[in-house]
Ligand binder design. Structure first.
Ligand SMILES: Nc1nc2c(ncn2[C@@H]2O[C@H](COP(=O)(O)OP(=O)(O)OP(=O)(O)O)[C@@H](O)[C@H]2O)c(=O)[nH]1
Length: 317
């Protein structure tokens, strides 16, 4: 099977992009999706669950480190059980791409994988800040990518897009660079990339385009303090206005330094609400079907679990 790794920082738009891939792909191929969540409670797997693909979720850890062995066994399981022609993998937002590729290229998986495409998804509006904070981490993501996607381009102007393009040119000249919103149009590029011969694949990630060597010396891990997580499966129904207040409050700092939060909630009218918090912005959207349970995941530093629980309690009706 061919493996497409959709890689990118927390909240950059990986799940949204995968949803669009599944909508845009012609439907000839059998596709499986492996979603890895840093949080103890998975959310993305269920959001992708009605896409027609087989979705397998690995939660509570990172496939590039603590869940390395699970990743290998899950890939072998997916290959044997579903026999997909294509496997899309969404690592956590803090996965080190070198480690993920190390697992994919391990001998025990060689019989299952014929080609690997890495798609780097970047939040265009926050790229510069992310690059400054974690230069090696981001550089490796870019160097390993066959397709570099600047997502969330509704938040930047054409001047900034030109600046971003010139930065990429100095890191990876061979990658296809796309500027998009909500991950649209990436499938077209993946189709082209996916048709290449397996031999072309061999050392792509060791010496990516532009002559920039893939940097892999142990310093490329995500830095910026240990991230913790708070996850909860919730009972009862929730008030949308109170939930909005809760998510808006996450940037205040009194529940910890929140980097990312997301949740699915059943409301008092029986509808479902999908909530996202990323980079201080919140997005509340109506779910298009009932989900198995209300739940929330908050990722950040020094999280105050009691305060998070108390405020969430206050959102129920
Ligand atoms: N404005 C804007 N928002 C976007 C765009 N793409 C995605 N989003 C929103 O960004 C938030 C995060 O998107 P996800 O697709 O869940 O991001 P992710 O990378 O899968 O997140 P994690 O798996 O938690 O790391 C959601 O609220 C999306 O609706 C975009 O192009 N523009």
């Amino acid at each position: 099977m061919r493996v497409d790794v959709v890689n990118g920082f927390l909240g950059s738009g990986k799940t949204t992009l995968i949803k669009n891939i599944l909508l845009e792909c012609p439907g000839r191929e059998k596709i499986a999706v492996l979603v890895n969540e840093f949080g103890e409670t998975g959310i993305d797997g269920e959001l992708l669950g009605d896409s027609g693909a087989e979705v397998v979720e690995l939660a509570n850890g990172c496939i590039c480190c603590t869940l390395k062995a699970d990743m290998k066994s899950q890939i072998a399981y997916i290959a044997g059980r579903y026999k997909p022609q294509r496997l899309i993998i969404e690592p956590t937002g803090i996965a080190t791409i070198g480690n993920v590729l190390g697992v994919l290229k391990s001998l025990s998986l060689a019989e299952h994988i014929r080609r690997i495409n890495v798609v780097a998804v970047l939040d265009a509006a926050n790229f510069s800040a992310d690059y400054r904070a974690n230069p090696l981490f981001i550089k490796n993501q870019l160097a390993a990518a066959r397709i570099i996607v600047f997502n969330k381009c509704d938040k930047i102007d054409s001047q900034e897009a030109a600046r971003l393009r010139s930065i990429i040119a100095s890191i990876n000249k061979e990658a296809r660079v796309l500027f998009t919103t909500y991950g649209k149009g990436v499938e077209r590029e993946l189709e082209k990339a996916g048709s290449g011969a397996p031999e072309e694949d061999m050392d792509y990630c060791n010496a990516a385009g532009g002559g920039t060597s893939f940097l892999f010396n142990g310093e490329e891990e995500f830095e910026g303090g240990e991230l913790g997580q708070f996850s909860s499966v919730l009972s009862g129904c929730f008030d949308p206005l109170k939930l909005e207040e809760f998510f808006r409050g996450l940037s205040g700092g009194d529940m910890g330094q929140v980097v990312r939060a997301k949740g699915i909630f059943e409301t008092k009218t029986g509808d479902w609400l999908i909530a996202n918090y990323s980079r201080g912005e919140i997005d509340l959207a109506r779910g298009d079907r009932p989900y198995s349970a209300s739940r929330v995941v908050v990722i950040g530093r020094n999280l105050d679990r009691e305060e998070l629980e108390r405020r969430l309690d206050g959102c129920s009706v």
